[in-house]
Design a protein. Structure first.
Length: 280
């Protein structure tokens, strides 16, 4: 196992908005030590929100980058893409990578974000059941849309409704199942939620509120979704957008305090003052 040969500086795990902003702010505020950003996605950091509409809708041929192509070089930031942090040794102050390296740190910032909440009903593992969070997810989903005719979307949040709008614009038959009484209930006001409901219904989307999912049916590949009312919706493509859960595994493995997320104080320090956490 090799060890980086530079003096310990700041290591940021995560290349989303929060992680890159930490790296950029360190430089703009005059920090002169080494800055390393570890990103498990193989692509340079990109904006995720447009994936559910602009990218899949064909408006963008490539995902929008979070920073320009020379950002890392101009700010003396070592950007490690396609690399996963697998462990933290708090005594030695090193981060272990899946490349069999150890990167030393003076301060560590966990910007590990969140992962899609998984569907747990029977049939959730069938082919044709998709989530959407990464560029790879969007590419797989874009390919699956080509032969699709009937779509069921589980969850009427931003991702679910934006994807439903894209699919409907392609002329596909779209049903959205939402267990709550209105769409985006945790994100917007009732008035705004009702407006979105009317807009999607007017576009021809079958929006079913107060109706969850019981199971996915199919032999090897999804063929239908059965809701909590017992109604069966034929589908050759299912998209799941039922929220996210914080990525806390790395922090838990390191013995940091976790409670439905990484616990921090008012200065974003974790239970170890040399480790901070930001983001979701």
């Amino acid at each position: 196992m090799s060890t980086e040969d530079h003096r310990p500086g700041v290591v940021v795990v995560g290349g989303g908005h929060a992680g890159l902003q930490v790296a950029e702010t360190l430089r703009t505020e005059g920090y002169q030590g080494s800055v390393t950003v570890v990103v498990d996605d193989p692509h340079p950091p990109y904006q995720r929100p447009p994936l559910s509409k602009d990218y899949l809708g064909g408006k963008d041929a490539a995902p929008l980058p979070l920073r320009g192509p020379r950002f890392a070089e101009e700010n003396r930031i070592r950007l490690r893409t396609g690399v996963t942090a697998t462990g933290i040794d708090r005594q030695r102050r090193t981060v272990r990578l899946d490349t069999d390296e150890e990167v030393p740190y003076a301060h560590l910032v966990l910007a590990t974000g969140a992962t899609n909440r998984r569907l747990t009903c029977p049939g959730a593992e069938l082919d044709g059941v998709h989530g959407l969070r990464t560029l790879a997810d969007a590419q797989r989903l874009g390919a699956a849309l080509v032969p699709a005719r009937r779509i069921v979307v589980i969850g009427a949040g931003f991702i679910g409704l934006e994807f439903a709008a894209v699919a409907r614009a392609r002329g596909l038959e779209v049903t959205v199942l939402e267990f709550a009484p209105r769409p985006m209930g945790r994100a917007v006001s009732p008035v705004t939620g009702d407006w979105f409901a009317r807009a999607h219904l007017a576009s021809g989307i079958d929006l079913r509120l107060g109706e969850g999912i019981e199971r996915c049916d199919g032999t090897g590949r999804v063929e239908a979704v059965v809701s909590t009312t017992g109604e069966r919706y034929p589908a050759d493509l299912v998209v799941v957008g039922i929220g996210v859960v914080a990525n806390t595994a790395l922090a838990e493995q390191a013995g940091l305090e976790v409670d439905n997320g990484i616990v921090v104080d008012a200065s974003l320090r974790t239970s170890d003052p040399a480790v901070l956490a930001v983001g979701d």
